[in-house]
Write a new protein. Structure first.
Length: 310
């Protein structure tokens, strides 16, 4: 009788075997990065971070910028809220920034729509409209100071327009209009470039589809362009508002904060206080102003992050 032996099942060569993960290798940092990063980091720390921290420290003292001082706690901060000059500077600066950012973005958006249309010489026109952005703010301010103080009153007298016969810069109720106009004139090109980039990113097929549906040019603007440009509008509004809060050079060149203190911004108030020996007091003012700017910057960062996530 034959005996049958059963061979054990062969092990498949493809059967998986547990593998020990290879040890993670530490990535070496290229010396080139260190060579460029460390000097920049040291300069930033020495020129910005350390002075800022010292300024916050001195805001709790009665220092005049040199010599001995004593700690006074929150005295400077509490005094800010009872100072009409400080409150007036914040009111003017916030109101000025709010009006200017609206005017700037309205003009910039209209220019961007026009300069992305199929018109002749649009590239040359873009170059012309960008020119104010590359000119120094103080130079622009002095040029417009001459225009508002001399040319415009002469034109008003020639045309018999009584409101224009005297300089706007000397009128405490109207001087802010000239500041808004000049600031918006310089800031419009940068906002316009952002809008042009956003408009050029919109697929042309969307306009073709809406045109086939019978949408007019205004209808396309309302149904296609504006919804897709909301993120760009938000970024421009926040960037502009944050920048206009620090307005200084144009105001100095146009009115120097006058007439009186009618157009004195927060930045002007801080620097003027340094000259008068209110060092610690204005350091407290600068600290509060920094906190406000930081909150706006964080809000802007969150907004841009949401836009990228979409």
């Amino acid at each position: 009788m034959a005996t049958t032996t059963t061979a054990p099942p062969a092990t498949s060569a493809a059967a998986p075997f547990p593998q020990t993960p290879a040890p993670a290798r530490r990535r070496r940092i290229d010396a080139t990065y260190v060579l460029f990063l460390v000097p920049a980091l040291l300069c930033f720390t020495v020129a910005i971070t350390v002075p800022a921290l010292l300024g916050v420290f001195y805001s709790f003292t009665n220092s005049v910028g040199f010599g001995d001082y004593e700690m006074v706690g929150l005295t400077n901060y509490l005094a800010l809220f009872d100072d009409p000059a400080i409150i007036g500077a914040y009111a003017f600066t916030i109101g000025f920034a709010f009006i200017t950012v609206i005017a700037t973005n309205a003009v910039a958006f209209m220019l961007a729509v026009g300069l992305t249309a199929q018109i002749r010489a649009r590239v040359a026109l873009r170059a012309i409209f960008v020119m104010p952005m590359v000119i120094s703010g103080i130079v622009i301010a002095y040029v417009f100071n001459f225009l508002f103080s001399n040319t415009l009153p002469a034109l008003g007298q020639l045309l018999g327009l009584d409101p224009l016969e005297s300089s706007l810069l000397a009128n405490p109720d109207l001087a802010w209009i000239s500041i808004v106009f000049v600031t918006a004139w310089q800031a419009t090109p940068s906002a316009m470039l952002i809008y042009i980039a956003g408009l050029m990113a919109i697929p042309y097929e969307l306009y073709e589809a809406s045109s086939l549906d019978g949408a007019s040019a205004f209808g396309q603007l309302k149904a296609v362009t504006l919804p897709l440009m909301v993120g760009y509008i938000g970024i421009n509004m926040i960037l502009g508002f944050k920048n206009f809060l620090g307005a200084y050079d144009i105001i100095v060149g146009l009115t120097n904060g006058g007439p009186g203190v009618a157009t004195r911004s927060i930045a002007m108030t801080i620097f003027t206080g340094f000259e008068r020996g209110d060092y610690a007091y204005q350091m407290a003012n600068a600290t509060i102003f920094f906190i406000i700017s930081l909150v706006i910057a964080i809000f802007q960062l969150r907004l841009t992050s949401k836009g990228e996530a979409k």
